[in-house]
Design a binder for this molecule. Sequence first.
Ligand code: ADP
Length: 489
Amino acid sequence: MATTLEPVALPKVRHTECFIDGKWVPAASGKTFATMNPATEEEIAQVAEGDAADIDRAVKAARKAFENSAWSRIDARDRGRLIYRLADLIEEEIDELAALEALDNGKPVRDARAADLPLVVDCLRYYAGFADKIQGATIPVRGNYFTYTRKEPVGVVGQIIPWNFPMLMVAWKWGPALAAGCTIVMKPAEQTPLTCLRMAQLAKEAGFPDGVINVVPGFGPTAGAALVKHPGVDKIAFTGEHRTAQIIMRDASESLKRLTFELGGKSPNVILADADLDAAAAGTHFGLFFNQGQCCCAGSRVFVDERVHDEFVARLKKLAATRKLGNPLDRSTEQGPQVDQAQFDKIMKYIQLGQNEGANCLTGGKRFGDRGYFVEPTVFENVTDDMSIARDEIFGPVMSVLKFKEWEELIQRANNTMFGLAAAVWTRDVGRAHEFARRVRAGTIWVNCYDVFDAAAPFGGFKMSGQGRELGEEGMKPYTESKTVTIQL
Ligand code: ADP
């Protein structure tokens, strides 16, 4: 039996206003909105509801900081030192931040503490080290000229992030932007603004000049859209749904902003007959149910070789049926609630669709408890490629298991999706593993593992899963402009 550990203490909510030009200010309209605890459906706090007026103030502050402040003259290595300092301050407060993330998002505190927060700190340190390694080149041109390139910051960047990994998305966005010397206006997701606001205060304490980092909480169609349309913003970095990215692309076309997108997925996770089935089952379970299934790279199409199908599915069923749901602040909880009512309703609709379309629900399929947005870990077998649960991104704890016979058929079916974020294969055959990695069109391929992330390894999507890459050296590129300088000798 699992031991029940003491729940962590309820974290303090310290910041609920907009962070603009180094100061905490209410929204110009005076409006606020509630951020909710998804485990209890109760309000945690009222947060400033920023809109176009606040975005305008923030963009002006970011522009001024980009052009006139100490930030524009600071040595690259000292920029790196500020980012290191921010990482240190986050690490000092790691337990409280993990609890705040669990409270606002619903993720188990043990996941926030063991996964999200260490990745946040690591990502910031990785990019801190990059600040003084952004280099141009000398170019051998024809004639008596000396030509070189400079890598300059792209300018004021607007960053719009989702609610599934609130702090980690801040780190992925701030890290490379700050290392490059950009200034930032961030709009956190309306469901989960609290940890982003806390990070803004820590950035102030770390010593970033006023206006370098600005955070405006609010809603997508108001604050988000205003940021995308603002002529003072040079680039938008967005993580969220592909439909929102389509709107952003249209809205940004007027000012031809640079755009990077990290979007959804319907990632194939493939179990070949020669795989270590215990390891594959554990990894497959984790690859779908981690973070309540709310991962853009979730392995939501599980393809199993028909020869091992029944014994593998029995393992998946057992793992899902024994997953421990409960209060996210309880340290033994493995699965918390979905983030809000809208996500809960969407997931329940897909579970119903799966049943209506003829898939067999092996375990789960219902709401858990009567308070909070909890959904039982759900496994469907006999899923076919045409079913809604095999095609659409559900973003919840719903696994679809599909059978396959032949390798060629498998590769075709794995690629038969508009998405291309991630894919995994479980096998002992190294040749097959490399062929899978070459032929499946996705930005990340995992072999005999799932959801392995590292700040140094680029992440992003093929097809409708995104544009550009985050993390690693590639993640720096969208935050720099290349300038060519030619001098007659
Ligand atoms: P999710 O399903 O993860 O909420 P969204 O794409 O709706 O995905 O949201 C991701 C982020 O995009 C959130 O911060 C949200 O407020 C923002 N957003 C939503 N609509 C727009 C929009 N029209 N313009 C800019 N940002 C938006």
